[in-house]
Design a protein around this ligand. Structure first.
Ligand code: TNX
Length: 528
């Protein structure tokens, strides 16, 4: 039996919602080793009933089946599940004939048009000893049902070469929908550049925790990382270095499109960000026409902020913004374009607000919704524009006008903050953030006067001034990103630190099997 499945428990307890079922597993006061939780699913599902005294065993008889009328997305999800289970008896996903019932030992994936309460991302997972049924109203829900099933299986499911790999699922039912539609992670590929393979790997890990937005910070003072065909020097020159003076790099449009498609197949929407009018030194180094004095700036490899700005009143600058937004909008199927807008120190407030409003118009003309950091809320924004809160600032103004916020409080969600004073990587300007700090906060109580309905969701930014390699950013992201994922997905009644830390402890072997370089926080009872 999997180490994290409680061996024997009174049935009645297992029929309660997650929080109650988990609190029943809390160790008595004074006990040292916490008992294994009833399950180790992160984020905690909204409703769980499990009976681990019986199980569905994956073996040579197991087949993955889809309905006769299943579409391409369902089939792809089923194929991924088939690959995860490394089924030996059946070579492929089987499509049922019209009206055919799923055979015994089947794992059956089905979209059900009747199940509207499950919404765009909810699912129902039902396990009996004979069959597993994953049902959803939409493909993303089926995808998340698979992620939950994966986490109910032992960590060896993450490595097909594991010896004595015995895939067993506890019986029961999970019915689950997310609290917020926006559950994001941001990766700064501008300060240090990370190639497409590293980013894809991050997407895979986001999907495991049901995160659905990857915000890519594509341009900053130190580098411009996305090819813009009408302004080729942005990447040719502006992409040629990074913090510390390394070689930098950039994504061609084909690489970016491939990344977007890869993320999409994992139900992650890529949100591109081009910072403006500040944080633009790489652009100012590439094109002197973007500066007020007509002199190109030198490339910059330090970590100061606030010193650069586009010359916002020049026509060439608005033409530049228009070209960049147009090319990005064409490449990006998602609804959003992020334009930064933070930490502008070299313009008057009036110049800044006027520029933000003009950029909003350009983004809208290209059919996208604008997102910007908290500072933009002082401008005259459309309610459809989204403001990303990161420090106590003007974001609440936007909620007051009916707009929505993404919550990224730096003291809770900034994955570039150190875990404690001994962490080698990262910064400390906002806080040191242990795993419990990242977990134990309530979005609807964060900003006085900003109610739940004004909150689109949560996002964890990972700035890369001190992060050079993939293993660096994984160490800062994990396990705190799992905490943020639960803040964004789980209903408040299903959340508590004791339960979360016990479940997180069981993810240690899973993250190790996936090869993730994660921080072994002393706050977490890691499974061995
Ligand atoms: C603030 S958060 C910034 C970034 C830095 C980060 C470092 C925000 C909108 N701006 O430019 O990289 O702090 O933690």
């Amino acid at each position: 039996m999997a180490p994290y499945v409680r061996r024997r428990a009174p049935r009645a307890l297992l029929l309660l919602p997650t929080a109650i079922a988990l609190s029943a597993c809390r160790p008595p006061a004074g006990a040292r080793a916490p008992r294994a939780p009833a399950h180790a699913v992160i984020p905690a599902p909204a409703g769980v009933r499990l009976d681990p005294s019986a199980s569905f065993d994956v073996d040579s008889r197991t087949a993955v089946v889809i309905d006769a009328q299943a579409g391409a997305e369902e089939e792809e999800i089923a194929r991924d599940l088939h690959a995860l289970l490394a089924l030996t008896g059946s070579r492929a996903v089987r499509r049922l004939a019209a009206g055919e019932a799923p055979p015994p030992h089947a794992v059956h994936l089905r979209l059900d048009p009747q199940r509207t309460p499950l919404g765009a991302e909810g699912y129902e997972l039902t396990v009996t000893p004979e069959r597993v049924t994953l049902a959803a109203h939409a493909p993303a829900g089926l995808f998340y049902a698979v992620q939950t099933m994966r986490q109910l299986l032992p960590p060896s499911v993450e490595h097909r070469a594991a010896i004595r790999r015995r895939l067993r699922l506890p019986t029961g039912q999970i019915v689950d929908t997310p609290r917020f539609p926006w559950r994001g992670a941001m990766l700064d590929v501008a300060r240090h550049f990370f190639g497409p393979a590293d980013v894809k790997r991050y997407v895979d890990l986001l999907a495991l925790y049901k995160l659905n937005r990857l915000h890519l910070h594509l341009a900053d003072d130190q580098g411009w990382r996305l090819e813009i065909r009408s302004w080729p020097n942005l990447t040719a020159h502006g992409g040629s270095t990074q913090v510390g003076g390394g070689a930098g790099g950039y994504y061609t449009q084909a690489e970016y499109a491939d990344l977007v498609a890869y993320a999409r197949s994992r139900h992650v929407t890529v949100v591109p960000e081009i910072e403006m009018p500040g944080h633009t030194n790489a652009a100012l180094a590439s094109y002197p026409t973007l500066t007020c004095d007509g002199v190109a700036r030198p490339l910059y490899t330090g970590t100061e902020v606030g010193f650069s700005t586009l010359c916002v009143e020049r026509d060439t600058v608005l033409g530049f913004v228009e070209d960049v937004v147009r090319e990005i909008a064409e490449l990006t199927p998602g609804e959003y374009v992020h334009v930064g807008g933070d930490e502008v120190e070299k313009l008057t407030h009036e110049q800044y607000l006027r520029f933000v409003e003009r950029v909003q118009g350009i983004v809208r003309q290209h059919g996208k919704q604008m997102i910007g950091w908290g500072e933009i809320a002082a401008a005259n924004l459309l309610p459809s524009t989204v403001v990303q809160h990161w420090k106590p600032d003007s974001a609440r103004l936007h909620a007051a006008r009916g707009g929505r916020l993404i919550l990224s409080p730096a003291t809770r969600t900034y994955l570039d903050m150190k875990y404690d004073s001994t962490t080698v990587l990262g910064l400390t300007w906002a806080a040191v953030i242990e795993v419990r700090d990242a977990y134990a906060w309530e979005p609807a109580a964060l900003i006085p006067g900003v109610p739940e309905r004004a909150i689109l969701g949560v996002e964890a930014p990972l700035w890369s001034e001190t992060l050079v390699r993939r293993s660096d950013f994984e160490f800062m992201a994990f396990p705190r990103l799992a905490a943020i994922a639960e803040v964004g997905w789980s209903p408040p009644a299903a959340r508590d630190w004791q339960g979360f830390s016990a479940r997180l402890g069981a993810h240690g072997p899973r993250l190790s099997a996936l090869g993730v370089n994660f921080y072994r926080s002393p706050q977490v009872p890691w499974a061995r």
